[in-house]
Design a protein around this ligand. Structure first.
Ligand code: ADP
Ligand code: MG
Ligand code: MG
Ligand code: MG
Length: 416
Protein backbone atom coordinates (compact mmCIF):
# COMPACT_ATOMS: atom_id res chain seq x y z
CA UNK A 1 0.00 0.00 0.00
CA UNK A 2 1.32 3.44 -0.92
CA UNK A 3 1.91 5.87 1.95
CA UNK A 4 -1.14 8.06 1.72
CA UNK A 5 -1.04 11.64 2.87
CA UNK A 6 -2.40 12.32 6.32
CA UNK A 7 -6.13 12.79 6.53
CA UNK A 8 -8.23 12.99 9.67
CA UNK A 9 -10.61 10.06 10.02
CA UNK A 10 -14.34 10.37 10.54
CA UNK A 11 -16.73 7.65 11.73
CA UNK A 12 -17.97 7.51 8.13
CA UNK A 13 -14.57 7.15 6.45
CA UNK A 14 -12.89 4.92 9.01
CA UNK A 15 -14.18 1.49 7.85
CA UNK A 16 -13.23 2.17 4.26
CA UNK A 17 -9.84 3.64 5.16
CA UNK A 18 -8.78 1.03 7.74
CA UNK A 19 -10.73 -1.94 6.38
CA UNK A 20 -7.59 -3.30 4.74
CA UNK A 21 -5.42 -3.28 7.87
CA UNK A 22 -4.75 -6.95 8.66
CA UNK A 23 -4.84 -6.68 12.43
CA UNK A 24 -8.23 -4.93 12.30
CA UNK A 25 -9.66 -7.47 9.87
CA UNK A 26 -8.41 -10.27 12.11
CA UNK A 27 -10.03 -8.81 15.19
CA UNK A 28 -13.22 -7.33 13.77
CA UNK A 29 -13.91 -9.14 10.52
CA UNK A 30 -15.03 -7.41 7.34
CA UNK A 31 -15.31 -3.62 7.56
CA UNK A 32 -18.89 -3.75 6.34
CA UNK A 33 -19.85 -4.97 9.82
CA UNK A 34 -18.03 -2.28 11.82
CA UNK A 35 -19.76 0.25 14.06
CA UNK A 36 -17.76 3.42 14.72
CA UNK A 37 -18.19 6.12 17.39
CA UNK A 38 -15.92 9.08 18.06
CA UNK A 39 -15.57 9.44 21.84
CA UNK A 40 -12.59 11.75 22.31
CA UNK A 41 -13.13 13.87 25.39
CA UNK A 42 -9.51 14.92 25.78
CA UNK A 43 -7.95 18.19 24.84
CA UNK A 44 -6.01 17.07 21.79
CA UNK A 45 -6.97 14.07 19.71
CA UNK A 46 -9.61 11.97 17.95
CA UNK A 47 -10.55 8.69 19.62
CA UNK A 48 -12.78 6.18 17.82
CA UNK A 49 -14.30 3.03 19.24
CA UNK A 50 -14.66 0.50 16.45
CA UNK A 51 -16.85 -2.52 17.19
CA UNK A 52 -18.17 -5.54 15.37
CA UNK A 53 -19.89 -8.70 16.61
CA UNK A 54 -16.37 -10.15 16.92
CA UNK A 55 -14.89 -7.52 19.25
CA UNK A 56 -13.73 -3.95 19.57
CA UNK A 57 -10.64 -1.77 19.19
CA UNK A 58 -9.79 1.86 19.79
CA UNK A 59 -8.28 4.03 17.06
CA UNK A 60 -6.60 7.16 18.37
CA UNK A 61 -5.54 9.69 15.77
CA UNK A 62 -3.67 12.94 16.29
CA UNK A 63 -5.01 16.13 14.72
CA UNK A 64 -2.62 18.73 13.32
CA UNK A 65 -3.87 21.22 15.92
CA UNK A 66 -5.02 21.39 19.56
CA UNK A 67 -8.58 20.10 19.64
CA UNK A 68 -9.48 22.19 22.70
CA UNK A 69 -8.43 25.44 21.00
CA UNK A 70 -8.83 24.78 17.26
CA UNK A 71 -6.79 25.18 14.09
CA UNK A 72 -5.29 28.44 15.33
CA UNK A 73 -2.97 26.36 17.56
CA UNK A 74 -1.07 23.91 15.34
CA UNK A 75 0.47 20.85 16.99
CA UNK A 76 2.61 18.28 15.18
CA UNK A 77 1.15 14.93 14.24
CA UNK A 78 4.30 13.18 15.37
CA UNK A 79 3.02 13.23 18.96
CA UNK A 80 1.34 10.01 17.92
CA UNK A 81 4.80 8.52 17.30
CA UNK A 82 5.84 9.43 20.84
CA UNK A 83 2.61 8.05 22.27
CA UNK A 84 3.16 4.77 20.44
CA UNK A 85 6.77 4.54 21.56
CA UNK A 86 5.88 5.30 25.17
CA UNK A 87 3.02 2.77 25.19
CA UNK A 88 5.26 -0.07 24.06
CA UNK A 89 7.92 0.86 26.65
CA UNK A 90 5.31 1.01 29.41
CA UNK A 91 4.01 -2.39 28.34
CA UNK A 92 7.53 -3.83 28.51
CA UNK A 93 8.38 -2.19 31.84
CA UNK A 94 5.06 -2.88 33.62
CA UNK A 95 3.22 -5.55 31.61
CA UNK A 96 -0.56 -5.21 31.60
CA UNK A 97 -0.54 -1.61 32.84
CA UNK A 98 -1.52 -0.04 29.49
CA UNK A 99 -3.84 -0.92 26.61
CA UNK A 100 -2.18 -3.39 24.27
CA UNK A 101 -1.03 -1.79 21.01
CA UNK A 102 -2.18 -3.59 17.85
CA UNK A 103 -0.99 -1.29 15.09
CA UNK A 104 0.77 2.03 14.46
CA UNK A 105 0.57 4.13 11.30
CA UNK A 106 3.06 6.96 11.43
CA UNK A 107 1.86 8.80 8.30
CA UNK A 108 -1.75 8.77 9.51
CA UNK A 109 -0.62 9.53 13.08
CA UNK A 110 -2.79 6.79 14.47
CA UNK A 111 -2.49 4.03 17.04
CA UNK A 112 -4.86 1.06 17.08
CA UNK A 113 -5.12 -0.36 20.58
CA UNK A 114 -7.09 -2.50 22.97
CA UNK A 115 -10.61 -1.24 23.66
CA UNK A 116 -11.09 -0.92 27.41
CA UNK A 117 -14.82 -1.52 27.27
CA UNK A 118 -15.23 -2.32 30.97
CA UNK A 119 -13.27 0.72 32.11
CA UNK A 120 -14.13 4.33 32.85
CA UNK A 121 -11.90 7.35 33.29
CA UNK A 122 -10.74 7.53 36.92
CA UNK A 123 -11.55 11.23 37.18
CA UNK A 124 -15.23 10.48 36.49
CA UNK A 125 -15.16 7.74 39.06
CA UNK A 126 -13.66 10.04 41.68
CA UNK A 127 -16.44 12.56 41.11
CA UNK A 128 -19.08 9.82 41.35
CA UNK A 129 -17.64 8.60 44.66
CA UNK A 130 -16.69 5.11 43.49
CA UNK A 131 -13.90 3.07 45.12
CA UNK A 132 -11.48 0.83 43.29
CA UNK A 133 -9.71 -2.02 45.01
CA UNK A 134 -5.95 -1.94 44.60
CA UNK A 135 -5.84 1.40 42.77
CA UNK A 136 -3.08 3.10 44.77
CA UNK A 137 -1.02 -0.06 44.64
CA UNK A 138 -1.32 -0.44 40.89
CA UNK A 139 -0.42 3.20 40.25
CA UNK A 140 2.48 3.19 42.71
CA UNK A 141 3.87 0.08 41.02
CA UNK A 142 3.37 1.56 37.56
CA UNK A 143 5.31 4.68 38.52
CA UNK A 144 8.14 2.76 40.19
CA UNK A 145 8.52 0.23 37.39
CA UNK A 146 8.31 2.57 34.43
CA UNK A 147 10.40 5.31 36.04
CA UNK A 148 13.09 3.01 37.45
CA UNK A 149 13.34 0.83 34.35
CA UNK A 150 13.58 3.84 32.02
CA UNK A 151 16.51 5.35 33.92
CA UNK A 152 20.28 4.93 34.15
CA UNK A 153 19.62 2.90 37.30
CA UNK A 154 18.45 0.12 35.03
CA UNK A 155 19.15 0.71 31.34
CA UNK A 156 22.48 0.39 29.59
CA UNK A 157 23.89 3.87 29.10
CA UNK A 158 24.02 3.65 25.30
CA UNK A 159 20.43 2.44 24.99
CA UNK A 160 19.17 5.14 27.33
CA UNK A 161 21.05 7.90 25.51
CA UNK A 162 19.66 6.72 22.20
CA UNK A 163 16.16 6.73 23.65
CA UNK A 164 16.70 10.13 25.21
CA UNK A 165 17.59 11.44 21.75
CA UNK A 166 14.42 9.94 20.27
CA UNK A 167 12.10 11.51 22.84
CA UNK A 168 14.00 14.82 22.86
CA UNK A 169 12.18 15.57 19.60
CA UNK A 170 8.84 15.78 21.43
CA UNK A 171 9.51 19.50 21.63
CA UNK A 172 6.06 21.00 21.13
CA UNK A 173 4.40 18.88 23.80
CA UNK A 174 7.17 19.69 26.27
CA UNK A 175 6.67 23.32 25.38
CA UNK A 176 3.00 23.04 26.35
CA UNK A 177 3.99 21.68 29.77
CA UNK A 178 6.76 24.22 30.20
CA UNK A 179 4.41 27.13 29.50
CA UNK A 180 1.05 25.98 30.81
CA UNK A 181 2.26 24.26 33.98
CA UNK A 182 5.26 26.21 35.15
CA UNK A 183 4.81 29.76 33.90
CA UNK A 184 1.34 30.85 32.76
CA UNK A 185 -0.44 30.38 36.14
CA UNK A 186 1.91 32.90 37.74
CA UNK A 187 1.19 35.86 35.48
CA UNK A 188 -1.68 37.23 33.44
CA UNK A 189 -1.19 34.90 30.45
CA UNK A 190 -3.67 35.15 27.58
CA UNK A 191 -4.98 31.58 27.87
CA UNK A 192 -5.59 31.63 31.62
CA UNK A 193 -9.03 31.54 33.16
CA UNK A 194 -10.24 31.19 36.74
CA UNK A 195 -13.29 31.51 38.96
CA UNK A 196 -13.71 35.30 39.51
CA UNK A 197 -14.08 34.94 43.30
CA UNK A 198 -10.47 33.75 43.41
CA UNK A 199 -9.08 37.16 42.43
CA UNK A 200 -7.69 38.00 45.91
CA UNK A 201 -5.95 34.61 46.22
CA UNK A 202 -4.57 34.94 42.70
CA UNK A 203 -3.18 38.37 43.53
CA UNK A 204 -1.46 36.91 46.60
CA UNK A 205 0.09 34.06 44.63
CA UNK A 206 1.33 36.35 41.88
CA UNK A 207 2.91 38.65 44.47
CA UNK A 208 4.76 35.68 45.93
CA UNK A 209 8.30 35.83 44.57
CA UNK A 210 9.38 32.67 46.41
CA UNK A 211 6.60 30.73 44.74
CA UNK A 212 7.40 32.01 41.25
CA UNK A 213 11.05 31.13 41.75
CA UNK A 214 10.11 27.69 43.07
CA UNK A 215 7.99 27.11 39.97
CA UNK A 216 10.95 28.08 37.76
CA UNK A 217 13.33 25.82 39.71
CA UNK A 218 10.87 23.01 39.07
CA UNK A 219 10.59 23.97 35.41
CA UNK A 220 14.35 23.78 35.13
CA UNK A 221 14.28 20.31 36.70
CA UNK A 222 11.54 19.23 34.28
CA UNK A 223 13.36 20.55 31.23
CA UNK A 224 16.92 19.62 32.18
CA UNK A 225 16.99 16.61 34.51
CA UNK A 226 16.54 13.84 31.99
CA UNK A 227 16.49 11.08 34.60
CA UNK A 228 13.96 8.76 33.01
CA UNK A 229 11.23 8.39 30.42
CA UNK A 230 8.14 10.08 31.85
CA UNK A 231 4.53 9.48 30.93
CA UNK A 232 4.38 13.26 30.96
CA UNK A 233 0.61 13.71 31.44
CA UNK A 234 -0.17 11.38 34.32
CA UNK A 235 -3.36 12.72 35.85
CA UNK A 236 -6.57 10.94 36.80
CA UNK A 237 -7.93 11.57 33.27
CA UNK A 238 -5.11 9.35 31.95
CA UNK A 239 -6.11 6.38 34.10
CA UNK A 240 -8.97 4.04 33.22
CA UNK A 241 -10.44 1.83 35.92
CA UNK A 242 -12.75 -1.15 36.16
CA UNK A 243 -13.90 -2.97 39.28
CA UNK A 244 -10.76 -5.05 39.31
CA UNK A 245 -7.97 -3.16 37.57
CA UNK A 246 -6.52 0.08 36.28
CA UNK A 247 -4.75 1.00 33.04
CA UNK A 248 -2.72 4.03 32.12
CA UNK A 249 -3.46 5.69 28.76
CA UNK A 250 -2.42 8.77 26.76
CA UNK A 251 1.39 9.12 27.11
CA UNK A 252 1.78 11.50 24.14
CA UNK A 253 3.66 13.99 26.38
CA UNK A 254 6.37 11.38 26.99
CA UNK A 255 9.79 12.90 27.48
CA UNK A 256 12.86 12.36 29.60
CA UNK A 257 12.58 14.21 32.89
CA UNK A 258 12.82 13.91 36.66
CA UNK A 259 11.54 10.72 38.32
CA UNK A 260 9.35 12.75 40.71
CA UNK A 261 7.29 14.35 37.93
CA UNK A 262 4.72 11.66 37.09
CA UNK A 263 4.18 10.52 40.65
CA UNK A 264 3.87 14.10 41.93
CA UNK A 265 1.34 15.10 39.24
CA UNK A 266 -0.72 12.01 39.91
CA UNK A 267 -0.85 12.56 43.68
CA UNK A 268 -1.82 16.18 43.03
CA UNK A 269 -4.87 15.08 41.05
CA UNK A 270 -6.00 12.80 43.89
CA UNK A 271 -5.61 15.62 46.41
CA UNK A 272 -7.67 17.94 44.19
CA UNK A 273 -10.32 15.22 43.86
CA UNK A 274 -10.39 15.14 47.68
CA UNK A 275 -10.84 18.90 48.00
CA UNK A 276 -13.56 18.95 45.31
CA UNK A 277 -15.78 16.38 47.08
CA UNK A 278 -18.03 18.93 48.83
CA UNK A 279 -19.09 20.02 45.34
CA UNK A 280 -20.11 16.50 44.35
CA UNK A 281 -21.57 14.96 47.52
CA UNK A 282 -25.26 14.14 47.71
CA UNK A 283 -25.56 16.09 51.00
CA UNK A 284 -23.15 18.04 53.20
CA UNK A 285 -20.62 15.61 54.68
CA UNK A 286 -21.91 12.70 52.60
CA UNK A 287 -18.49 12.12 51.08
CA UNK A 288 -16.45 12.14 54.33
CA UNK A 289 -15.82 8.39 54.20
CA UNK A 290 -14.99 8.62 50.53
CA UNK A 291 -12.51 11.41 51.22
CA UNK A 292 -10.78 9.12 53.73
CA UNK A 293 -10.57 6.48 51.03
CA UNK A 294 -8.94 8.89 48.57
CA UNK A 295 -6.25 9.85 51.07
CA UNK A 296 -5.67 6.23 52.05
CA UNK A 297 -5.10 5.45 48.34
CA UNK A 298 -2.68 8.37 48.07
CA UNK A 299 -0.71 6.99 51.01
CA UNK A 300 -0.71 3.53 49.45
CA UNK A 301 0.35 4.95 46.11
CA UNK A 302 3.44 6.63 47.53
CA UNK A 303 4.27 3.75 49.89
CA UNK A 304 3.99 1.28 47.02
CA UNK A 305 6.14 3.50 44.83
CA UNK A 306 8.81 3.58 47.53
CA UNK A 307 8.62 -0.15 48.22
CA UNK A 308 8.75 -1.15 44.54
CA UNK A 309 11.52 1.35 43.78
CA UNK A 310 13.45 -0.13 46.72
CA UNK A 311 12.87 -3.67 45.47
CA UNK A 312 14.06 -2.73 41.97
CA UNK A 313 17.06 -0.88 43.40
CA UNK A 314 18.10 -3.99 45.30
CA UNK A 315 17.40 -6.52 42.56
CA UNK A 316 17.65 -4.79 39.15
CA UNK A 317 20.27 -2.06 39.47
CA UNK A 318 21.99 -2.91 36.22
CA UNK A 319 22.70 0.57 34.86
CA UNK A 320 25.79 2.73 35.27
CA UNK A 321 24.52 4.52 38.39
CA UNK A 322 25.45 3.51 41.95
CA UNK A 323 27.07 0.22 40.85
CA UNK A 324 27.04 -2.47 43.54
CA UNK A 325 30.78 -3.09 43.12
CA UNK A 326 31.45 0.47 44.28
CA UNK A 327 29.96 -0.25 47.69
CA UNK A 328 31.45 -3.70 48.31
CA UNK A 329 33.89 -2.33 50.91
CA UNK A 330 30.97 -1.14 53.04
CA UNK A 331 29.55 -4.65 53.52
CA UNK A 332 25.89 -5.65 53.88
CA UNK A 333 24.94 -3.30 51.03
CA UNK A 334 25.17 -0.43 53.52
CA UNK A 335 26.51 2.18 51.09
CA UNK A 336 23.99 1.30 48.40
CA UNK A 337 21.18 1.61 50.94
CA UNK A 338 22.33 5.06 52.00
CA UNK A 339 22.47 6.08 48.34
CA UNK A 340 18.96 4.70 47.80
CA UNK A 341 17.56 6.69 50.71
CA UNK A 342 19.21 9.87 49.47
CA UNK A 343 17.91 9.26 45.93
CA UNK A 344 14.37 8.64 47.21
CA UNK A 345 14.51 11.77 49.35
CA UNK A 346 15.39 13.81 46.26
CA UNK A 347 12.58 12.18 44.23
CA UNK A 348 10.15 12.93 47.07
CA UNK A 349 11.18 16.60 47.18
CA UNK A 350 10.71 16.96 43.42
CA UNK A 351 7.39 15.10 43.54
CA UNK A 352 6.02 17.47 46.19
CA UNK A 353 7.06 20.46 44.12
CA UNK A 354 5.37 19.17 40.96
CA UNK A 355 2.34 18.19 43.03
CA UNK A 356 1.95 21.75 44.30
CA UNK A 357 2.48 23.44 40.93
CA UNK A 358 -0.05 21.15 39.22
CA UNK A 359 -2.76 22.48 41.55
CA UNK A 360 -2.10 26.03 40.41
CA UNK A 361 -2.21 25.35 36.72
CA UNK A 362 -5.41 23.27 36.95
CA UNK A 363 -7.22 26.18 38.61
CA UNK A 364 -5.62 29.24 37.02
CA UNK A 365 -4.33 28.02 33.65
CA UNK A 366 -5.88 26.84 30.38
CA UNK A 367 -6.47 23.15 31.13
CA UNK A 368 -8.81 22.80 34.09
CA UNK A 369 -10.12 19.62 35.71
CA UNK A 370 -13.74 18.52 35.73
CA UNK A 371 -13.76 18.06 39.53
CA UNK A 372 -13.69 21.81 39.98
CA UNK A 373 -15.26 22.99 36.71
CA UNK A 374 -18.38 20.88 37.26
CA UNK A 375 -19.16 22.42 40.65
CA UNK A 376 -22.11 24.59 39.66
CA UNK A 377 -22.23 26.79 42.75
CA UNK A 378 -19.62 29.54 42.38
CA UNK A 379 -19.00 29.94 46.11
CA UNK A 380 -18.53 26.20 46.69
CA UNK A 381 -16.21 25.95 43.69
CA UNK A 382 -14.18 29.00 44.72
CA UNK A 383 -13.79 27.65 48.28
CA UNK A 384 -12.45 24.28 47.09
CA UNK A 385 -10.20 25.92 44.49
CA UNK A 386 -8.80 28.44 46.98
CA UNK A 387 -7.99 25.58 49.36
CA UNK A 388 -6.15 23.74 46.60
CA UNK A 389 -4.24 26.86 45.59
CA UNK A 390 -3.00 27.40 49.14
CA UNK A 391 -2.19 23.71 49.64
CA UNK A 392 -0.26 23.78 46.37
CA UNK A 393 1.74 26.75 47.57
CA UNK A 394 2.62 25.01 50.84
CA UNK A 395 3.67 21.81 49.07
CA UNK A 396 5.81 23.64 46.52
CA UNK A 397 7.53 25.90 49.04
CA UNK A 398 7.92 23.45 51.94
CA UNK A 399 8.97 20.53 49.73
CA UNK A 400 12.32 20.36 51.49
CA UNK A 401 10.76 20.11 54.95
CA UNK A 402 7.83 17.77 54.46
CA UNK A 403 9.13 14.38 55.49
CA UNK A 404 6.44 11.86 54.63
CA UNK A 405 3.22 11.14 52.80
CA UNK A 406 1.34 11.14 56.12
CA UNK A 407 2.23 14.79 56.50
CA UNK A 408 0.83 15.53 53.03
CA UNK A 409 -2.49 13.80 53.73
CA UNK A 410 -2.69 15.52 57.15
CA UNK A 411 -2.09 18.91 55.51
CA UNK A 412 -4.80 18.11 52.95
CA UNK A 413 -7.29 17.18 55.69
CA UNK A 414 -6.46 20.37 57.58
CA UNK A 415 -7.01 22.38 54.38
CA UNK A 416 -10.30 20.95 53.14
P1 ADP B 1 -6.36 12.89 24.48
O1 ADP B 1 -4.91 12.74 24.18
O2 ADP B 1 -7.07 13.68 23.46
O3 ADP B 1 -6.57 13.39 25.89
P2 ADP B 1 -7.04 10.20 25.43
O4 ADP B 1 -6.03 9.17 25.07
O5 ADP B 1 -6.98 10.70 26.83
O6 ADP B 1 -7.00 11.42 24.38
O7 ADP B 1 -8.46 9.59 25.12
C1 ADP B 1 -9.63 10.39 25.19
C2 ADP B 1 -10.77 9.54 25.74
O8 ADP B 1 -11.01 8.43 24.90
C3 ADP B 1 -10.50 8.96 27.10
O9 ADP B 1 -10.86 9.88 28.11
C4 ADP B 1 -11.36 7.72 27.12
O10 ADP B 1 -12.68 8.07 27.45
C5 ADP B 1 -11.34 7.28 25.66
N1 ADP B 1 -10.30 6.26 25.45
C6 ADP B 1 -9.02 6.46 25.12
N2 ADP B 1 -8.35 5.30 24.98
C7 ADP B 1 -9.24 4.31 25.23
C8 ADP B 1 -9.19 2.87 25.23
N3 ADP B 1 -8.05 2.23 24.95
N4 ADP B 1 -10.32 2.20 25.51
C9 ADP B 1 -11.47 2.86 25.78
N5 ADP B 1 -11.60 4.19 25.79
C10 ADP B 1 -10.50 4.93 25.52
MG1 MG C 1 -6.16 12.46 27.64
MG1 MG D 1 -3.45 13.32 25.50
MG1 MG E 1 -7.75 6.93 56.50
Amino acid sequence: MAIAEYQALTPQTLPQRLGGVAVLRDRLGDAAGWQVREVGDGNLNLVFIVQSPLGGVVVKQALPYVRLVGESWPLPLRRSFFEYNALIRHQARDPGSVPEVYHFDEAQALVVMEYLGQHVILRQSLMAGRRHEGLGQMLGRFCARTLFRGSDLSMKAAARKQDLALFAANIELCDITESLVFTDPYFDAALNRYTPQLAPVVARLRADVDLKIAAQHLKMAFANNAETLLHGDLHTGSVMVSDSEARVIDPEFATYGPIGFDVGMLISNFLMAYLAQPGHGEAPGARAGYQDWILAEVETLWQTFEAEFTHLWRTERSGMLYPATLFEDQGHGYGAEQARLERLAAIWRDALGFCGIEMHRRILGLAHIAEFDRIGDDATRARAEAQALMLGRTLALARGQITGIGQVTALTRATG
